[in-house]
Design a protein around this ligand. Sequence first.
Ligand SMILES: [Fe+2]
Ligand SMILES: [Fe+2]
Length: 420
Amino acid sequence: MITHGGEVEAAIQKSLWGMDEINLMSTAGKKIVSVLVVDGDRPFLEAVRADPSFNLPGWVVRVATSREEMVRAIGEARADIFVIGGGLSDCGPIEALQKSKELSPNSLRFFVYTEAEKDLLGKTVGLTHRRVEKPVTPAALNLAVRQVLVTHLRIRKPEVAGIVRDTKELHVNTQPMQELLKTADNPECELEDLARIIRQHPTAVATILQVVNTAFYGTPGDVETIEEALQILGMDFVRNLAITELAKKQLRLRPGLHELANSILQHSIETSQYGLRMRQYVKNLRLIQQISSIALLHDLGKLVLLAAKGNDYADLMGQSVDSNTPCWKLEREAYKCDHAAVGGFLFAMWGLPEVIVRAVTWHHQPEKVGEKDFCATSLLHFANYAAHSNQGVSCYCGDRLNEDLAVRLGLSPDFAYDFE
Ligand SMILES: [Fe+2]
Ligand SMILES: [Fe+2]
């Protein structure tokens, strides 16, 4: 840790800022989702307001074409969700996003941008929960809003926040982790920059070289530098692997728990490899690569639970084996939350991309953010299941397959045993 005493506390508060519970407005016992769409494009505003997906019971949609109108609207009634675009009469979209965050720190914020506004994306880090490129249909925008909403309703629970709050070792304010995380959402990060940051951490370097030199990645075992590993494995993969190593190191688990932590991380690498093998069924190679990187992080919440609950959690893992019950179900009974939500909260607090937060949060219940096609969440679920089915993790019981979802997406319920 490079910060101490009051500084740590202040920094923790800063990284937790805006991660409090979402209390949706309610009238007569019914929850109301209040959306404020702020955009200079009037036809777009009208299309959103008229679309059936934004007119479901419990949804209130208001619109504004300037910052002034937005501020007035917030003064009249709270907004839970801001959808902010360009063309405003009195300011740019970044300024409007900043104002919405200032006035409603716990709100969920979306940036809808045009091709010409792409250069603004770098300035939205920490301001938005999701960025959506125009043209976008109101129905697709609504799906994006609902996915982020259900995810944040799940992770911003007092039980989840309590566990992460108590695990102060992970509150970002260690300079190495900060540097690493900053590169995650930065499209301008160069390979050399990331290599320089990772080289400062010998344990991360050792793990990365160990992984890249396994036969799975088709290398003859002679990769010696981080630069080469980055070329072969990709920047996201290497960064995520470094994040897991750093997190493990910072958590300073008791010696008796190290073996469990290592088997969780080994399972994460195996899940990542099954993610890559899913290309047998999924044509979208970018999605396959994305999922193989996200898989490295998917069970990091388990390490947090190990640090927070110690032997109690180790015992719970044992019980899941004895009773053949997926571990996440026992976690919910015991702690009123599971490792998936804990991981999701941590990654949202760290400011990692929303797709990571969403996929990790729902990897045991992908149907909750279901899309019609394969997506990061469903693929993570399948890859995790395939890894458990083929490699097994002896210290806890994994997860069952959501067969309905598999069949709906064209996968055989036995797909996990059919890899070439
Ligand atoms: Fe999991
Ligand atoms: Fe897993």
